[in-house]
Design a protein. Structure first.
Length: 908
């Protein structure tokens, strides 16, 4: 049996197959098309409602801006006229410029703009020239971005955000500015935008909003955040006064949600069924307004029903072309949607410059126009947002750079920068504190500032900190802090209260400047000046005292020659001689302490120097300190200045005494030593050869390695201020180096100290001081030689003249340089020797004898003085090859020296 399909012709089969396929395709396509069209229409309607709502919001914002701008512009222009009026009066000479500006300032500042707004003026440099707030006039605000914009534009409308100290967040502010060029004033009328929203006239755009329609009955309306109806085609007043409970609930939901999309069921008065309604919301926070656009869903779906009927009719009438129509309709519908989706995808990547072809006049053309408008708005907002983000990044970068600069300044500052909290604990201190006080910043973090203060100063620091906490600024307060190692450091402290952003006091910021070295140098300078004054005084006293001693010694020598040894008065004269000797030693000590002895390098036995200094220093050492000697009997001589060597011994012994406040023993040793290469390898400052060693050892407190590194530095001392100059060991070191030697210090805390000095051995034999005890084995009496004695002291002049006359010399005397010139010129040819004091009342004795030597070359010269300054007299005497006889001198020393000088070779 054949089937029905077999009985049908090929045409029927094709028709049946294609018809069935077409019907199935049409049904399927119709279903799909119905769904797609529904979704598209709903999306279109939502976008349309959203676009209308956004357009209304934009219109309202623009209206508000225009209203505020016009209001502020009117005020600004009026005040510009006022400024011009006073300026013209100034030009006419009716007012001085100062009075004109004062009147303008009074008028401008008397006006209030809105509720809190005001008028101010800045110049082209950003400096406030007119302002109502105290302390603002004269301040430069060019760092503010809106002031920079004012300087750039000078005229026009400007909006910006401003946050007062009491505001939780910035608020939008607006200003209108005009430029008055004669005075370089930018007149600015400024206030918060919210204070002018009352100026907005709703009637200006009521009809425009109510004229918008969506579908048959859709409309737009405006509510505020409190439920008041601003614009509505049917309602006025407050929504909470509406009797319909459903309407009140829906309106309350709109007010709560403020933005977005709401779908709800609604039944109009007189209707029995509920209908779906959609509303799109947009919130304007500046006005606290909610813009809404609403319409019924079934009105939006009317086009969908019409499309279904058309598809059904077309399917019944022309099945043959349904497939083509379906394909065409599908292409017509899906192609624009695909293009739109593609553009949306591009926009989602951040490219808001994409646009669609909106030339079509159908819904897709409208949708394309809505899309383009939406992208245009996004592009504007994106540009503004990017600019704000860029500005924010610049601000953050500038802030980071500023913080980095201040951090580098603080960390590299040579002074201590410190922050304290309200309890006086250290919250920050820069790294230099470790260099100055020995503490690392980590060690001090969180600890009280008083951990570095001495007990007696702690209360004073507390009192000063209380002053700062009360708002007082502390300047140049001098205080003391304790180093980590226990040493004391002196500081100048400057401090001020630190406040937070609200002005609350949160601690203290301060700077500590270390002035310890400066104070020490000031003290040492005082000590040096004292030493210099003492030296000058000692030199003057020694000079006068030696003149007196010379006269006494001379008279004594003459008396001793005149008295028999068995005469009872001889004992008295011998006692006087001892007293004169002690007095001579005293003057030598004065010169020694004044450091004004002449340097005379000669072979010297150190044992003799030790013996000489012990007679001087025993009274200074004290009874509780024993002195032990261990002197080598075969000690070799050294080339040295006796006075300098005695000063070295004295300084080291005094240093040893000070190291033994409770008493102890000082041991002085001398020995011959040979320094070999092995010793030099471990002591780089040494050199091989033969040396004489002088060591002074004490049993005192000793010293650590850190102190030992600095003991030879000038002004370094471990003694309390006022008890040491810090020069003693530095002088020792300098003298030793001058004598081509070196010094070694060996000490440990609690075990005493040993100073060992190495002097190179001299190849010459030691000899007595030249000129002091000159001897002449032959006859010392004169042979009638004529001698000119020049001396300003009458008693010394009398003694010297009598002594020389009594020993066979012809003596001429003069008490001044003037008198000496007269005598010299009268007896120039017969003079053999000139014996002159260095210090004369009217001329330097050395200059005087030089003058005589030029007139009579070869004449013998003998100089004398109570003391010689190494830097002047002793060098000149040596350079001129003069003989020198120091005061006080004995008669035999004078006679022997004169005889030796006359019998010696001619002076050239």
């Amino acid at each position: 049996m054949k089937s029905f399909f077999d009985l049908i012709s090929i045409r029927g089969k094709l028709l049946l197959c294609y018809g069935s396929a077409f019907i199935f395709a049409i049904v399927l396509a119709s279903t799909a098309l119905h769904y797609m069209v529904r979704q598209t229409i709903e999306t279109l309607i939502e976008n349309e409602l959203r676009s209308f709502t956004g357009s209304i919001s934009t219109m309202l914002k623009a209206s508000a801006d225009i209203t505020i701008k016009n209001h502020l512009r009117g005020i600004a222009q009026r005040n510009e006229d006022i400024v011009e009026y006073y300026y013209q009066r100034f030009l006419k000479g009716e007012l001085s410029e100062e009075i004109a500006k004062r009147n303008v300032r009074r008028v401008l500042l008397s006006q209030q703009v809105g509720k809190t707004g005001y008028i101010y003026c800045v110049n082209s440099a950003g400096v406030a020239v007119v302002h109502g707030a105290p302390g603002v006039e004269g301040v430069n605000f060019s760092h503010r971005s809106f002031v920079q914009e004012q300087i750039r534009r000078k005229e026009g409308y400007l909006t910006y955000d401003w946050q007062n100290p009491d505001d939780p967040e910035p608020r939008p502010k607006a200003l209108y500015m005009t430029y008055f060029e004669p005075w370089d004033w930018i007149i600015s009328v400024s206030s918060y935008q919210e204070e002018f929203y009352d100026l907005i006239n709703v009637d200006d755009f009521r009809e425009s909003i109510l004229g918008l329609r969506f579908g048959k009955t859709g409309y737009s309306y405006v509510l505020d955040g409190k439920g008041n109806v601003i614009i509505h085609p049917s309602y006025t007043g407050s929504i909470y006064d509406i009797e319909d409970e459903d309407l009140r609930a829906t309106a309350a939901k709109i007010i709560d949600q403020k933005t977005g999309r709401i779908v709800y069921d609604w039944r109009n008065p007189g209707e029995d069924t509920l209908r779906k309604k959609i509303v799109m919301l947009n919130y304007i926070p500046e006005l606290d307004w909610i813009v809404a656009s609403s319409g019924y869903m079934d009105e939006f779906h009317g086009a969908l029903i019409h499309i279904q009927n058309v598809i059904f009719v077309i399917t019944v009438i022309v099945m043959a072309v349904v497939l083509m129509m379906t394909l065409w309709i599908g292409s017509v519908i899906t192609s624009p949607l695909r293009r739109m989706m593609k553009h949306f995808s591009t926009g989602a990547t951040g490219d808001f410059s994409v646009r669609m072809d909106d030339s079509a006049r159908d819904e897709f053309g409208k949708l394309a126009r809505y899309f383009n408008s939406f992208m245009e708005t996004l592009q504007q907002f994106s540009g503004s947002l990017q600019e704000e983000v860029l500005e924010h990044r610049r601000s953050l970068e500038a802030l980071r750079e500023s913080e980095e600069r201040f951090r580098l300044l603080a960390e590299n500052s040579p002074d201590i920068i410190i922050s304290l909290d309200q309890r006086g604990c250290i919250s920050y201190v820069n790294p230099v504190v470790e260099k100055i006080l020995g503490y690392t910043p980590h060690e001090l973090a969180g600890k009280s500032f008083l951990v570095m203060a001495r007990g007696q100063e702690a209360n004073e620091y507390i009192r000063q900190f209380r002053k700062v906490r009360s708002g007082e600024i502390l300047l140049d307060y001098t205080g003391v802090l304790v180093h980590k190692n226990g040493s004391v450091r002196h500081f100048i402290f400057c401090g001020a209260p630190a406040t937070d952003g609200k002005g609350n006091m949160v601690g203290i910021e301060g700077v500590l400047k270390d002035i310890t070295d400066r104070r020490n140098l000031e003290f040492q300078l005082q000590q040096v000046q004292k030493l210099e004054a003492v030296g000058t005084l000692a030199g003057g006293v020694a000079h006068d005292f030696n003149n007196i001693l010379t006269a006494i010694r001379g008279s004594l020598d003459i008396s001793l020659l005149m008295v028999d040894q068995n005469d009872p008065i001889m004992k008295n004269l011998q006692q006087i001689e001892k007293a004169v000797t002690r007095a001579s030693d005293l003057t030598r000590q004065l010169l020694f302490f004044s450091r004004r002895q002449p340097v005379e390098m000669a072979p010297l036995n150190l044992n003799q120097s030790v013996d000489n200094i012990l007679r001087i220093i025993e009274r200074l050492i004290g009874e509780n300190i024993a002195i032990t000697l261990d002197l080598a009997p075969d000690l070799q001589p050294v080339m040295a200045d006796g006075g300098n060597i005695e000063q070295v011994i004295m300084n080291l012994m005094i240093n040893a005494r000070d190291a033994m406040p409770e008493g102890g023993t000082i041991t002085i040793r001398t020995r011959n030593a040979t320094v070999r290469d092995e010793y030099v390898k471990t002591h780089p400052y040494a050199r091989p050869g033969k040396f004489v060693c002088l060591s002074i050892e004490d049993t005192g407190i000793g010293m650590d390695s850190e102190v030992a590194e600095h003991i030879f530095e000038p002004f370094f001392t471990t003694k309390e201020q006022g008890k040491g100059t810090g020069l003693g060991l530095a002088v020792v070191y300098g003298i030793v180096k001058k004598h081509k030697g070196w010094i070694v210090a060996d000490s440990r805390p609690g075990e005493g100290t040993v100073f060992t000095i190495f002097f190179p051995v001299s190849t010459e034999e030691s000899s007595p001081e030249p000129g002091r005890h000159a001897r002449n084995s032959g006859d010392t009496r004169g042979r009638g030689e004529k001698i000119l004695v020049i001396e300003d002291d009458p008693s010394v002049l009398s003694f010297a003249g009598a002594a020389l006359k009594g020993n066979g010399y012809t003596v001429l005397t003069a008490a001044s340089a003037t008198e000496a010139r007269v005598v010299f010129h009268e007896h120039q040819d017969s003079l053999h020797l000139i014996f002159s004091d260095v210090v004369l009342p009217d001329k330097n004795g050395l200059d005087l004898v030089d003058e005589f030597e030029r007139e009579k070359p070869g004449i013998r010269i003998l100089m004398t003085s109570g003391y010689m300054d190494e830097k002047s007299l002793s060098r000149i005497i040596r350079d001129n090859n003069h003989r020198f006889l120091p005061k006080p001198y004995a008669m035999k020393d004078l006679i022997n020296t004169v005889r030796a000088l006359l019998d010696g070779p001619d002076q050239a």
